[in-house]
Design a protein around this ligand. Structure first.
Ligand SMILES: Nc1ncnc2c1ncn2[C@@H]1O[C@H](COP(=O)(O)OP(=O)(O)OP(=O)(O)O)[C@@H](O)[C@H]1O
Ligand SMILES: [Mg+2]
Length: 473
């Protein structure tokens, strides 16, 4: 200790540096282990190293089970506690038969600022130690595995965001939606197929680069209102841990702005355009047609409408996004920058969409969300009433086979009506709802039949009178 202190204190720096260098070489030559240090801050601007944070995430699971001293911190998503190794702790790992050790440490340097209390600067690091015979395995396969795993854990724990566009910028809020495929009322085989498709997509990075396509996939969700399209989008984002970009096309001024917005979306995200049939210049034509009808109406009832139709016209000027702009967005070069993106369109009127927009390669998967089937009803009953069967289920199954009711309406009937939470009350309310919907359906069908009959009569009468008039002349 004395000799070391003297050495440190009085030996000239150059000689000391040489002695340290050669002694270090001697130790390395004899010492059979290799050490790699990952500093927390690297580079001239001392940015936080990605490798360090990936290793920190990777070691959280091992630290929680092995380390004796841990540091706890709230994760970014404010839900979970993240445990990491405290300083000078060590955890062991084993990779394909190779034993290795991770140790955490910190260098404390006193900054030279003149102050009463010298500011200490802590620089943390992780040190990996392994036997030199595993050099190749560790330096290539293992470290890549650690970085990949660490990034995946980071994505899983990250705070996901819901972005909405205002003008040419994205603003975001924390995205926390409880929807999941378990709570989505849908036939199980259909659900399984969609989950399979999504998970396969999220693991297909290598596949897409091999076939030379951008790592993106389009989904078209269509069906009547209240059938679960928006719910499914939230379930998709939760399943894959993706951010959501809710793109309101009518708020986008033109194609340039659209491109700018899309280039700013991050990977591992879902770009959603809800009610796509109402937000494209296709509706521009419809808007002109509406305006023409309105103008005719305006001429009838004076200038009041005039102001409205002018406003309508001006409002129509806001978004110049065109179909080709949207097609370029889906296919264009932008889609190659960054990967792992889903594009989801929803619509209540799939028949109105331009076939070019929804062809395969753009909207790769078309998913129809329809009225509530008996199997979908049982999912809702399990979620809302926590029951798997009931004596009223047969009656409900019968009625659902005859009446079209959306899952939103069924869900509304199953909402708790009283504190007692007696599920019979909800089921009876659903049966009443279904029976009255069936009555309305029968009445509507009867009116239609009468209308078509009378129309048929008219055509018969017309024909007779036309023939009679012909014969008179
Ligand atoms: N298939 C479903 N499974 C579970 N809940 C559903 C389903 N469909 C609708 N709901 C419920 O009904 C409400 C409306 O659903 P959602 O917003 O997903 O309908 P939508 O198809 O997006 O309607 P719109 O076409 O009008 O946007 C939601 O609160 C949701 O809880
Ligand atoms: Mg919706």
């Amino acid at each position: 200790m004395f000799v070391w202190a003297m050495f440190q204190q009085y030996f000239p720096y150059q000689i000391r540096n040489q002695i340290e260098k050669y002694s270090q070489r001697l130790v390395t030559f004899v010492y059979p282990y290799i050490q790699i240090t990952f500093h927390e801050f690297t580079g001239e601007r001392l940015m936080r190293s990605d490798a360090y944070s990936a290793i920190e995430n990777f070691l959280t699971s091992r630290a929680a089970t092995q380390a004796k001293r841990l540091k706890a911190d709230i994760a970014k998503n404010n839900q979970s506690l993240v445990l990491s190794m405290d300083d000078h702790e060590e955890v062991a790992d084993n990779f394909q038969g190779a034993n290795l050790w991770w140790a955490s440490g910190k260098n404390i340097t006193k900054s030279q600022s003149l102050s009463f209390r010298p500011v200490t600067d802590e620089k943390r690091f992780y040190k990996l130690t392994f036997h030199k015979r595993h050099r190749d395995l560790i330096l290539t396969t293992y470290l890549n595995f650690v970085l990949k795993e660490g990034k995946a854990i980071k994505v899983k724990n990250r705070q996901r965001k819901l972005y909405t566009n205002n003008g040419s910028y994205w603003s975001h809020v924390v995205f926390e939606h409880p929807a999941s495929f378990q709570t989505l009322a849908m036939e199980s085989h259909k659900k399984e197929e969609i989950i399979e498709d999504l998970v396969t997509f999220s693991k297909a990075e290598e596949f897409y680069s091999r076939i030379g396509r951008a790592w993106k996939r389009g989904y078209l969700l269509y069906g009547p209102p209240g059938t679960g399209k928006s719910t499914m989008i939230a379930a998709m984002a939760n399943l894959l841990g993706y951010d959501l970009y809710d793109l309101e096309l009518t708020a986008v001024r033109d194609n340039t702005e659209l491109r700018k917005l899309l280039i700013e979306t991050s990977s591992k995200s879902i770009v959603v355009i809800e009610d796509i049939d109402c937000s494209l210049d296709l509706t521009g034509q419809r808007r002109k047609k509406e305006k023409k009808e309105e103008d005719e109406e305006t001429n009838k009832d004076g200038g009041g409408k005039q102001k409205q139709s002018v406003e309508h016209e001006r409002e129509g000027k806001t978004s110049q996004v065109t179909l080709s702009g949207l097609l370029n967005f889906i296919d264009g070069l932008w889609s190659a920058c960054g990967g792992e993106r889903l594009i989801v369109f929803t619509t209540n009127h799939v028949e109105k969409l331009d076939p070019a927009l929804i062809r395969k390669g753009r909207m790769d998967k078309h998913i129809e969300l329809s009225y509530c089937s008996f199997e979908a009803f049982k999912v809702l009953a399990r979620n809302y009433l926590k029951i798997e069967s009931h004596r009223l289920f047969d009656r409900i199954g019968e009625l659902l086979g005859e009446v079209k009711m959306t899952p939103a309406d069924v869900a509304e009937h199953l909402m708790p009506k009283s504190a007692s939470g007696d599920s019979e009350v909800q089921l009876r309310s659903l049966i009443e709802g279904l029976e009255s919907a069936r009555k309305e359906e029968d009445e509507r069908r009867k009116i239609e039949e009468e209308a078509s009959l009378s129309k048929k009569d008219w055509t018969e009468k017309d024909k007779d009178s036309f023939v009679k008039a012909e014969s008179d002349t």
